[in-house]
Design a protein around this ligand. Sequence first.
Ligand SMILES: NC(=O)C1=CN([C@@H]2O[C@H](COP(=O)(O)OP(=O)(O)OC[C@H]3O[C@@H](n4cnc5c(N)ncnc54)[C@H](OP(=O)(O)O)[C@@H]3O)[C@@H](O)[C@H]2O)C=CC1
Ligand SMILES: Nc1nc(=O)c2c([nH]1)NC[C@@H]1CN(c3ccc(C(=O)N[C@@H](CCC(=O)O)C(=O)O)cc3)C=[N+]21
Length: 281
Amino acid sequence: METQLLEGKKLAEKMQSEMKVRVNSLLEKGKIPGLTVLLVGEDKASQVYVRNKERQATKVGIKSEIIRLPETISEAALIEQVEQLNEDASVHGILVQLPLPKHINEQEVLRKIDYSKDVDGFHPMNMGNFLLGNASALPCTPYGIMELLKAYDISLEGKNALVIGRSNIVGKPMALMLMEKNATITIAHSKTKNLKELAQQADVLVAAIGRGHMITGEFIKPGAVVIDVGMNRDEAGKLIGDVDTASVMGIASYVTPVPGGVGPMTITMLLDQTIKKVEAE
Ligand SMILES: NC(=O)C1=CN([C@@H]2O[C@H](COP(=O)(O)OP(=O)(O)OC[C@H]3O[C@@H](n4cnc5c(N)ncnc54)[C@H](OP(=O)(O)O)[C@@H]3O)[C@@H](O)[C@H]2O)C=CC1
Ligand SMILES: Nc1nc(=O)c2c([nH]1)NC[C@@H]1CN(c3ccc(C(=O)N[C@@H](CCC(=O)O)C(=O)O)cc3)C=[N+]21
């Protein structure tokens, strides 16, 4: 079977050029969309993502700012920063880059973001509305994956979908979105016993694990759609996914490359949700 790449980067570029038009019409009304990222500490990977986000935001005309805070910042001081941004009318979207240092309670910080400025969809109000099927900001990574599947006309109805990973930011919301499109979902994690057998039955497999090249061709049902969320570094410092892409070629029907697959879609959804906040004003 010939395996087709799901080219997130191309779709992201197309969607971003449409966003430019939307931003321009906002600018004509004197409205400038503003996105602020709070980055705590010096985590190398986070620095790269944050820089990518800033570059692409600027490209579509969003005013983007990164506030860099020291690793040693207290939870109270970080919350104070969040509250300042809540009050700032020029800021439409707030993103607190995760993970935060161990001494800070992530959930306590996220819940302090004004939920109407939560463009990541991580505030409990948005998470709750999403779970209930109400309108809400959505977690950008699974949202971007759904847009990618839609663009390639991949139907999910009645399909067996396996999501490997159960984090709040990827695995859990991913499974829910697939279920909403009438897939039958299975969620696997580090305590799952028969991962390979489960994977071999999956028509759609989403790997959101954080282990480089763990998913090889032998996990893949012939014809399956394989979504690689992983962003890992190999020994040489090269960016690699959770899926060993070369070994699934010829078995899967579709696979997302790393880089150029899910990552650019995540950023695009973040920009989209920021612009939507201003459009709704
Ligand atoms: N492309 C993008 O836009 C994004 C990429 N990422 C990347 O996606 C990956 C996952 O991110 P995130 O969800 O935040 O990570 P987490 O570390 O929060 O979650 C990882 C999940 O994988 C599970 N897991 C770990 N080891 C195994 C194993 N051997 N077998 C089965 N399951 C396992 C864990 O299980 P348990 O719950 O039992 O611990 C956990 O549920 C990372 O590489 C991250 O960098 C993340 C966000 C966005
Ligand atoms: N509050 C919060 N929201 C997030 O959305 C969030 C987060 N915290 N913490 C970290 C993860 C990771 N993440 C990525 C986004 C884009 C790329 C991306 O653009 N990747 C490019 C290449 C990047 C490179 O070359 O290094 C690609 O895959 O083509 C990667 C990873 C968002 N995350």
